[in-house]
Design a protein around this ligand. Sequence first.
Ligand SMILES: Nc1ncnc2c1ncn2[C@@H]1O[C@H](COP(=O)(O)OP(=O)(O)O)[C@@H](O)[C@H]1O
Ligand SMILES: [Mg+2]
Length: 243
Amino acid sequence: MGETLRIESVVVAFGGLRALDDVSTTFEGSQITGLIGPNGSGKSTLVNTLSGQIRPHSGRIWFGATEVTAIRADRLVHRGIARTYQIPRVPLQLTLEEVISVPLIYGRGREHLLPGLVDAISIARFCGLAGSVGRPCGQLSVTDLRRLEIARALACGPSVLLLDEVMAGLSHSDSTAVISLVQEIHAAGVAVVIVEHVMRIITTLCHRVVVLNNGRLLASGTPPVVLADPAVREAYLGKGFAA
Ligand SMILES: Nc1ncnc2c1ncn2[C@@H]1O[C@H](COP(=O)(O)OP(=O)(O)O)[C@@H](O)[C@H]1O
Ligand SMILES: [Mg+2]
């Protein structure tokens, strides 16, 4: 089972702007938690903070029983926190298996990989990339680039996986396939935190949802309860809210 991440009164400020404003919540180690909110509400900032790319100005972060507030991103990877990026960046001339090999070397260690995953090729296959092995990343489709983001994060050997809009821009059928992949990863014992705009994906995947608005925690709970919350609906009005 994944480990629980807990944040307590976290503040992240960029100049005068509070991207996270006194946010406290828990991401359970046994669950898939959705992180939603309008554009600019602080979702990616929270992912960056949980993964150690940003150190909060105040507040504390706990990973299991250990406080990790001041621990750097590369050290958190070794403790089991891996993430994907909203905007995938890959060296275009490298093959996807070369890209996956890097976290296999510098991540948490192969003994932490999911059962059946032993090398870059097996990870690529597990992530639905078998047909693209050997291709340089510059030739990959958007779907494959999204799958590669997940493959790279899995190659770190995580117990918690943070996914930042990993299905953005995918067709209905491609996102359905990636939903299954995320479910499979969770079934293998990895906790998942997923930033996502499409409510179909949130309601299909998530045990619990956390809603941010203007850097503040607006609501949290099960998807049906949170999505029926008038304050949540209002935050999305005019922003393409579709339940
Ligand atoms: N590195 C940064 N420097 C300055 N402002 C930032 C930076 N990162 C994010 N912000 C601001 O913080 C707010 C939250 O951004 P972000 O976390 O990316 O939102 P979301 O992922 O929910 O769309 C936005 O107003 C954004 O412009
Ligand atoms: Mg974002």
